[in-house]
Design a protein around this ligand. Structure first.
Ligand code: ADP
Ligand code: MG
Length: 286
């Protein structure tokens, strides 16, 4: 049986319809820019950026991961050593004349590139404040790349500061990872408000693409309650694909690989492939 017609068990014995394996693309671009955003740390933003990106690349999409967190976790998680790197996203933000293509690093996975960040980026928040059009510095950096990729995923830092506003200004859509644990919903309302403010004032095309539940453990009542509350509050915005809690994700981080190559047949890898199919089925990536 092909993956096309295969129903998927989500863990609570609820059989939901799977999404078709996407047809290959005839050409690439223009890219849709998606900000992976939640001001809470440790909710799976970076893990989702890396693995959604890797899965989209597996389906033949050209993907750029933009590391937009001074911790540099997305860069490191994709095997990039950013310590003594001359040009990172920070330099591109501060110096308009630099060539963005010179900063792009290929990864071990075909079709998946990274625009890396390191701790230098922590200075940008303060330095950008005095710039003209301070909210659109990232848009300017990404503009020359739009025709080269099908999806540009921006891994945001855990804050609603100026860097995140830059990501929301550059984006067409936002994906919000939410960890299925206590206090998960706190802050999501504030995030939605911030997205609406950026849409009203700066970026009218900005769309809330969806909310992805991560670190789900359906054996616990608590995790199931969070899922119910997410569905009540956000309805169809919540992706039917859920990402289970498994130690394979931290393991893959240590191995500096996506789970899709570190443990290709693991349910965690399958879950992110399914999320990629769902995102494509919704029309949010070509
Ligand atoms: P964020 O970018 O939102 O801070 P990360 O993606 O870095 O979150 O995840 C935080 C930690 O949780 C990392 O160590 C990561 O490996 C781990 N993690 C992410 N997703 C899962 C998951 N589904 N199950 C278990 N651990 C996870
Ligand atoms: Mg992160």
């Amino acid at each position: 049986m092909t993956r096309l017609d295969q129903p998927t068990l989500t863990g609570d014995d609820e059989v939901v319809e799977d999404f078709p394996v996407p047809a290959p693309l005839a050409g690439h671009g223009p890219a849709r820019v998606i900000a992976m955003c939640n001001q809470k740390g440790g909710v799976g933003k970076t893990t989702s950026t890396i693995n959604l990106g890797a899965s989209l690349a597996e389906y033949g999409r050209k993907v750029l991961v933009v590391d937009f967190d001074p911790q540099g976790a997305a860069s490191v998680g994709l095997g990039i050593n950013t310590l003594d790197m001359d040009t990172t996203i920070y330099n591109l933000l501060m110096k308009p004349r630099l060539d963005v293509r010179e900063a792009i690093c290929p990864t071990a996975l075909e079709g998946l590139d990274v625009l890396p960040a390191n701790i230098d980026l922590s200075a940008a928040e303060v330095q950008l404040v005095n710039e003209v059009a301070r909210e659109s510095a990232l848009s300017r950096v990404l503009r020359p790349l739009l025709d080269d990729y099908d999806a540009i995923l921006v891994d945001c830092q855990p804050s609603l500061g100026l860097l995140t506003v830059n990501a929301l200004t550059a984006a067409h859509g936002v994906i919000v990872p939410v960890a299925a644990e206590f206090f998960a919903l706190r802050g999501v309302a504030l995030l939605v408000e911030t997205i609406e403010t950026v849409r009203d004032r700066i970026n009218p095309r900005l769309k809330m693409d969806g909310i992805v539940a991560t670190m789900v453990d359906t054996r616990t009542l608590h995790s199931r309650e969070v899922l119910d509350r997410l569905n009540e509050a956000f309805g169809d915005l919540v992706y039917s694909t859920r990402i289970s809690r498994t130690v394979k994700f931290p393991d893959a981080t240590v191995a500096t690989e996506p789970i899709t190559t570190y443990a290709p047949t693991h349910p965690g890898a399958e879950a992110y492939r399914r999320l990629a199919r769902e995102v494509i089925a919704r029309g949010d990536v070509a």
